[in-house]
Design a protein around this ligand. Structure first.
Ligand code: ZN
Length: 382
């Protein structure tokens, strides 16, 4: 396999970001999977394309050097982007004089998949993984909350000793040791329709009922402990002269502990039992679980400390942060596996036209990832 060179890395990155592969673009995701499959198969890696039956998404790619599943390290990344078709054409790959790369998925996270590829390629070239058990799972639909791939991920991760999510480091260079849990609710309000001028008293407004909920829901936020409740979308009504028979809303809840989730969920269930609008308009809340929290356990802290120490030896200094965004790390942390995230190169602005990756950070972060993998493989009792 080839050793790292920034020139080759950027050449591959340019290829990968210049086509679309949102989560629901199965063909585009398969194209990313094929690229990495071909690359890894040049070395001692066994690649498996895992299609998820009945799901409208591309395949996952499992890359591993062992038939066993008690991996010393499981590396997690995702191939899909959060952006729709047409985006890659609108803003193709560019690199400026400061080495800042722009394009769809440069940091979230095709550039991170590539640096992980080079770390593993160099390690296998140096025969440092000959007796180690390593798996790199490239997820197909992480940006949907791993809606279809979640069970596959859980199955593969089951006996892993450590998980490293190779998402980009924060723009400050910091890595991630804690993530909030995410839950979504869909609210559906039903009321009684009536003419707003002729007989409004016979109606019961679904919009009014939903509005009563929205005010109460936002008050459930407690930023001091990391809980936020956000009604992000509202829709409803038939016309300004009609008492609204229906209205809908989508709610995003972030929380750091199960207790906080329970508090919010219980409050929502209590609201459901009531009606605030004369005439009996009601709201039902459909719970759509998304991601459990990724807490920083003692073992996670130990893993973070190891990476900081190895970083220091290589002249890199960075901190560790908690973030409200979710990743597949939430799933493996929920399984009790020490999990860290943000170990990739430095970048930010994912999910937007402002996305960037600092190409100067690629090699140092790749070297740190490489030494972290090697350390964990050499110290199975860590
Ligand atoms: Zn991502």
């Amino acid at each position: 396999m080839e050793n790292f060179s920034l020139e080759q890395y950027l050449k591959y990155l340019q290829y990968l970001v210049n086509f679309d592969n949102g989560s629901m673009n199965a063909k585009g995701v398969a194209r990313v999977a094929d690229f990495f499959k071909e690359k890894f198969e040049e070395g001692p890696w066994k690649c498996e394309l895992i299609t998820i039956e009945g799901a409208p998404v591309g395949p996952c790619l499992k890359v591993s050097n062992t038939p066993d599943d008690d991996y010393d390290v499981l590396l997690l990344g995702h191939m899909d982007t959060a952006l729709p078709d047409g985006e890659a054409e609108k803003r193709p790959y560019t690199i400026d004089e400061n080495g800042i790369v722009r394009g769809v998925g440069v940091s979230d996270m095709k550039g991170c998949l590539l640096s992980t590829y080079f770390a593993l390629a160099e390690l296998s070239n140096e025969h440092r993984l000959d007796h180690a058990k390593v798996c790199f799972l490239l997820n197909c639909d992480e940006e949907t909350g791993s809606r279809y791939s979640g069970p596959t991920l859980r199955k593969i991760a089951k006996h892993a000793k450590h998980v490293i999510v190779v998402e980009a480091a924060r723009k400050t260079g910091d890595m991630v040791k804690e993530r909030s849990g995410v839950a979504d609710y869909h609210l559906h309000a039903t009321g009684v329709s009536a003419h707003a001028g002729v007989n409004p008293q016979d109606g019961s407004s679904a919009i009014n009922e939903l509005a009563e909920w929205i005010v109460r829901l936002h008050k459930l936020s407690n930023y001091a402990v990391g809980t936020s409740v956000n009604v992000g979308i509202i829709k409803g009504g038939k016309g300004s002269n009609v008492v609204a028979p229906e209205a809908d809303a989508d709610v995003d809840v972030r929380f750091k502990t199960q207790a906080e989730f329970d508090r919010v969920n219980n409050a929502i269930r209590e609201l459901e039992k009531q009606s605030f609008t004369p005439g009996g308009a009601k709201v039902t809340a459909e719970y759509r679980p998304n991601r459990p929290p990724m807490p920083c356990t003692e073992k996670t802290q130990k893993l973070a400390d190891l990476i900081s120490k190895l970083g220091k030896e290589q002249g890199l200094s960075f901190g560790w942060v908690a973030t409200g965004g979710g990743s597949d790390g939430n799933i493996t942390a929920d399984m009790g596996i020490p999990t860290v995230d943000g170990v990739g190169p430095v970048g930010a602005g994912g999910h937007s036209a402002a996305e960037w990756l600092d190409s100067k950070s690629v090699e140092p972060r790749m070297r740190l990832l490489k030494s972290t993998i090697a350390y964990l493989c050499d110290h199975p009792d860590f």
